[in-house]
Design a binder for this molecule. Structure first.
Ligand SMILES: [Fe+2]
Ligand SMILES: [Fe+2]
Length: 147
């Protein structure tokens, strides 16, 4: 799967961040497919997790500043995403310490589930909802930055 401009929500800085997370997830998927050892996977997962944390903080700051009416609900979804990442990290730690059954240190289906939750249910739905609000209330934040 490749990033496509149709995935954009219309706020340039946020779209750039979404694309970057997308790339981080592809790197993890690639690493799983190549059957990399768990510590390599852990490296990619940590990179994705750190960047996701940064992105969610940026979004939350934006939504707070513009007084987005569904701010609290949006933050709950973000917290849930970080919990899921923590679960993935936990799985990897178990595999690394030999406390998990032998096999894939990070089952591909868990990764696919996370991708769907983050991308399909969150970015293409909840993030689009706040983008519609921004477009209505703060049109200057929308679209390309003037050159
Ligand atoms: Fe987002
Ligand atoms: Fe979000």
């Amino acid at each position: 799967m490749k990033w496509d401009s149709s995935f954009a929500i219309g706020i340039e800085a946020i779209d750039n961040q979404h694309e970057k997370i997308f790339e981080h997830l592809l790197a993890i998927e690639n690493s799983v497919t190549k059957r990399d050892p768990w510590h390599i996977l852990r490296f990619f997962l940590t990179q994705m997790s750190d960047y996701m944390k940064f992105h969610l903080a940026v979004e939350e700051a934006l939504l707070e500043i513009i007084r987005y009416p569904d701010y609290a609900e949006h933050c709950v979804e973000h917290a849930r995403l970080m919990e899921q990442i923590a679960e993935l990290q936990d799985q990897l730690e178990k595999a690394g310490s030999g406390r998990a059954p032998v096999g894939q240190p990070l089952p591909a289906e868990n990764l696919v589930d996370f991708f769907e939750d983050w991308f399909v249910r969150h970015v293409l739905s909840s993030d689009r909802e706040y983008a519609a609000y921004v477009k209505e209330e703060f049109p200057a934040l929308f679209g390309k930055r003037p050159a």
